[in-house]
Design a protein around this ligand. Sequence first.
Ligand code: ADP
Ligand code: ZN
Length: 193
Amino acid sequence: MTRPSTGGRIEVICGCMYSGKTEELIRRMRQVMIARQSCRIFTPRMDTRYSVGHIASHTGAKLEAEPVNSMQEIIRKSDDVHVIAIDELHFLEDDPTAVLIGCQSLADRGLRVIIAGLDQNYRAEPFPGMMQLMAVAEQVDKLYAICVHCGAYATRSQRLINGSPAPADAATLLVGGLELYEARCRSCYEPAR
Ligand code: ADP
Ligand code: ZN
């Protein structure tokens, strides 16, 4: 006989910029709210692109969220809920192993943990925290944007400075929108040098 599920699980929504990660996270959390499950939505304090206290999709959809600095803070604030969501996980300035252990412990306690974040940085290298969570997640969804050059499915986030690829030695984390990043496919992506 199958063992009944406690409901604890990790779901990862990943992809490049503009692939609809926040849109999908908001969709899932709206359903959680319709089901009247207790939940909390967190966003790394560093991601202040739109407004503090919200997560916002490029579609314009928005939901209230609590800015946090660390996984410890998320754990402290997740005592009394069934579902937690973390948007833009790659921006959480915490040790990737601490993030992994924290998410695992919440799921082991029976929580549904929904994570959205970039799978690769602007150099097309995997983000370690996301990589580890994908390995242990019950569900991983990789979303695609549209390459602004050729219209194919885009998997990479091209960082631009005055229209040219950003150098390889620039900061890995840099908050920005259309003026800084383009969605590109593998063949149109220009590697950072
Ligand atoms: P992410 O969180 O992955 O950055 P968002 O949920 O914020 O994505 O935004 C997704 C939306 O961005 C799409 O539904 C679309 O309206 C818009 N968009 C802008 N540029 C692109 C693009 N190049 N490819 C696909 N969608 C894009
Ligand atoms: Zn392309």
